[in-house]
Ligand binder design. Structure first.
Ligand SMILES: *[C@@H]1O[C@H](CO)[C@@H](O)[C@H](O)[C@H]1NC(C)=O
Ligand SMILES: *[C@@H]1O[C@H](CO)[C@@H](O)[C@H](O)[C@H]1NC(C)=O
Ligand SMILES: *[C@@H]1O[C@H](CO)[C@@H](O)[C@H](O)[C@H]1NC(C)=O
Ligand SMILES: *[C@@H]1O[C@H](CO)[C@@H](O)[C@H](O)[C@H]1NC(C)=O
Length: 200
């Protein structure tokens, strides 16, 4: 084999390797997504991607989920809707309590958290093919048991498989709320959900 073709093969292998490294659908205790880095989470079937973004003409940074295959970025969920990061110091990770945490400011400010008190021994995050970001105990992988899921905290988009309304068991009131503006994903004036009728 001549040098050129072995170099080409080597370059291809490198490319393949970096593709694998940059796209995973899971986040574990020892990993993090950084705003400065190129790594994102991509669902197994390639439909959804999770990463850092700035909406519209805003320079604020948010963590969100969007369709990977739609060229005009269409965001379906935002983690830190009400708490933008004003620089690129953001890190999304699983902390030692087993929660998702989004930190900024040299890792000293918690901007957003999945905020579970009942922690997983070994938390693992996964972006599912449905666009649902879920958190589970690593020992429950592939079991369908989630400790936390983004589908319980909708933004402005109803995706197939998502439920709205009250979950009487957990007391969650799941409703959609519009963005304030294309530049600002914080909850705007309109929400959509169900009203629970309490009889006197
Ligand atoms: C960015 O936010 C941090 C706290 O979250 C604040 O201390 C800092 O002054 C802000 N910087 C700018 C340029 O607004
Ligand atoms: C960031 O944190 C590290 C370790 O805690 C500290 O040494 C460093 O001075 C901090 N940098 C800034 C800009 O606050
Ligand atoms: C913040 O935390 C991430 C993930 O643990 C780490 O890679 C990074 O170096 C930390 N940054 C600072 C400034 O400590
Ligand atoms: C976490 O939960 C506590 C108690 O429910 C609440 O007071 C706090 O604001 C929550 N923090 C975040 C970051 O959502």
């Amino acid at each position: 084999m001549d040098t050129l073709s072995s170099m080409l093969i080597f370059a291809n292998l490198l490319l393949l390797f970096s593709t694998f490294c940059n796209t995973a659908d899971t986040l574990t205790l020892s990993q993090s997504l950084s705003d400065g880095g190129t790594r994102t989470l991509v669902s197994k079937d390639g439909s959804f991607e999770l990463g850092f973004f700035s909406p519209g003409s805003s320079r604020n940074r948010y963590v969100g989920i969007w369709y990977k295959n739609i060229p005009i970025r269409t965001v379906v969920w935002v983690a830190n809707r009400k708490n933008p990061i004003n620089d690129s110091s953001g890190f999304l990770m699983i902390d030692n309590t087993g929660n998702f945490v989004l930190v900024s400011n040299n890792n000293s400010t918690v901007v957003w958290s999945s905020n579970l008190t009942k922690a997983a021994q070994s938390g693992m995050g996964e972006l599912l093919d449905s666009g649902n970001l879920c958190l589970r105990d690593e020992k429950d992988a592939d079991s369908g048991i989630y400790l936390w899921q983004s589908f319980d905290y909708p933004s402005d988009t109803l995706l197939p498989g998502m439920k709205l309304g009250w979950d009487l068991r957990t007391g969650l009131d799941r409703r959609l709320s519009a963005w304030k503006s294309p530049d600002d994903p914080s909850p705007g004036d309109f929400t959509w959900g169900t009203q629970l009728q309490i009889n006197p």
